[in-house]
Design a binder for this molecule. Structure first.
Ligand SMILES: Cc1ncc(COP(=O)(O)O)c(C=O)c1O
Length: 479
């Protein structure tokens, strides 16, 4: 099959002419035209290979032959909606359920992470009879209207009038930059108390809590790893108020965290959400997603009397692909690979923190790793421009990385799960070289031991850690 029929300039021109201008490209100054991909590598129109460190959708590797074959074979046979009986639907639901704790036993198949989260809200509203939703600061849960309302990552761009009164924003449980940090005696308790207080305030205003929704580890929000025990405590408050807990696993599920199949399991076996939403990696690039919940929640949704129909959700092709993805994760031990390679990667990145003043924090389990860049380790001044510089310089070295978080200063590494030790070594070596260049240009050196880091000497922390301090000469380059 032809991989390219237009030259790059024509593609750019047609895109400008026909595609909505708010649909952004990576590296807007010099966008990439990718024509094929395999495993953890992508190739541009000239055959140049790029190491993909960000594509958590191509979970088991780009164009994995097992997944492609499963989809093709099923497409040759039949594709239709789920109103006909089909084995793929039930076999896939059974396989998926086997990865989850028992109470999470009823599946609804949909087509995108946004659809999954929107349906999760409907389930919560119907089951509880309540309306208010608690979300985390900097969260992103999808692009449809109901989710922009609960996505501070996006809605901070709206005016105050546009904020829904029924949406409450709890602090992100970020122990590096957040309200309660690593030096706090019990950050899990402190952050969950914030949720308790939100519930109390909502009740005073006559609100009733339907749901608390959070990613098991915040991704767009800055690769935040909540302190252990946080979700259990939050769940206790939310359930006491008659609400349910929704775990958004759209980015972090399917073995990425290495030690467990689901991100929420990092919190311990005593935490089971009421609703789990899945997307991105579930179909390795094929558009599909799923909501799994308890039988009680599903019964309440049924009791509303409205049929749930979704034209494409759970079709035989999607389910064949979903099954193949689970097979590959298992047969190629990709969860184990995420654990081993992720540990190696984190170790190497941790080494950078010892020698590079810009590296403030390295965090995240398995192949879900964040490197937060700061200009000052005490003030935590975000090194936003420097992060963008790293990304552009790495692209020149044919490595694809991105930066996110509220200050866009967190390098995020969440590659296809076939990422190897050698890939990890290559990317860390290149980050090291680029950081050295930037630090030399900025005349930065390692802080003296007296200037202890955030979390180790709280008395040195200023009230305000916004973007301030010495301006870099490096332009703020946005992807
Ligand atoms: C955590 C999270 N939830 C939901 C979504 C929405 O998924 P989709 O883009 O497939 O609608 C995203 C997308 O980036 C996401 O990161």
């Amino acid at each position: 099959m032809a991989t390219e029929c237009l030259d790059k300039k024509q593609t750019i021109d047609l895109r400008k002419k026909f595609i909505g201008p708010s649909c952004k490209v990576f590296f807007s100054h010099d966008p990439l035209k990718i024509v094929r991909a395999r495993g953890q590598y992508m190739y541009d129109e000239n055959g140049q290979q790029y190491l993909d460190c960000i594509n958590n959708v191509a979970h088991v590797g780009h164009s994995h032959p097992t997944v492609v074959r499963a989809g093709t074979q099923q497409m040759e046979l039949l594709n239709t909606n789920s109103r006909f009986l089909h084995d793929n639907l039930v076999l896939y639901a059974e396989r998926l359920q086997a990865t989850l704790p028992d109470p999470l036993s009823v599946c609804y198949f949909v087509n995108s992470g946004s659809e999954a989260n929107d349906l999760a809200l409907r389930l919560a509203w119907q089951y509880t009879g309540h309306r208010d939703v608690i979300t985390l600061n900097n969260a992103y849960h999808g692009h449809v209207s109901s989710l922009i309302d609960i996505s501070p990552y996006k809605f901070h761009q709206l005016s105050d009038d546009e904020h829904k009164q029924s949406v409450h924003v709890a602090p992100s449980p970020d122990v590096y930059r957040g309200k309660f940090r690593a030096d706090h005696p019990d950050p899990a308790l402190a952050y969950s108390d914030e949720v308790r207080d939100i519930i109390t305030r909502a009740h005073k205003r006559g609100g009733k809590i339907a749901a608390f929704i959070a990613e098991s580890l915040q991704s767009c929000g800055g690769q935040v790893v909540p302190p252990a025990g946080y979700f259990q405590k939050v769940a206790a408050h939310v359930r006491a108020a008659g609400g349910v807990v929704i775990a958004d696993e759209v980015q972090v599920g399917f073995g990425r965290v290495g030690s467990h199949f689901w991100g929420f399991q990092l919190q311990g076996e005593d935490f089971v959400p009421d609703i789990v939403t899945m997307g991105k990696p579930i179909g390795n690039g094929h558009p599909m997603s799923c909501v799994v919940t308890t039988r009680e929640v599903a019964q309440a949704f049924m009791a509303a009397g409205m049929e749930y129909f979704n034209t494409f959700g759970g079709n035989p092709v999607s389910c064949a692909i979903g099954l193949a993805v689970l097979d590959v994760i298992q047969n190629e031990d990709l969860q184990g690979n995420a654990l081993r390679v992720g540990a190696h990667l984190s170790r190497l990145l941790g080494g950078l923190k010892e020698t590079h003043p810009l590296v403030g924090d390295v965090r995240g389990p398995g192949l879900f790793v964040g490197v937060e860049l700061v200009r000052d380790r005490v003030k935590l001044t975000p090194a936003t421009a420097e992060a963008q510089e790293v990304i552009y310089k790495l692209k020149e070295q044919h490595i694809l990385l991105s930066a996110d978080g509220p200050h866009r200063n967190v390098l995020k590494i969440k590659p296809p799960m076939c990422f190897s030790r050698e890939d990890a070594e290559r990317v860390v070596e290149k980050i090291h070289l680029v950081l050295s260049e930037i630090e030399t240009a900025l005349n930065m050196s390692m802080p003296s031991p007296v200037h202890l880091e955030n979390g180790k000497n709280k008395s040195k922390l200023p009230e305000e850690n916004g973007v301030q301090g010495k301006e870099s000469h490096i332009k703020d380059i946005r992807t």
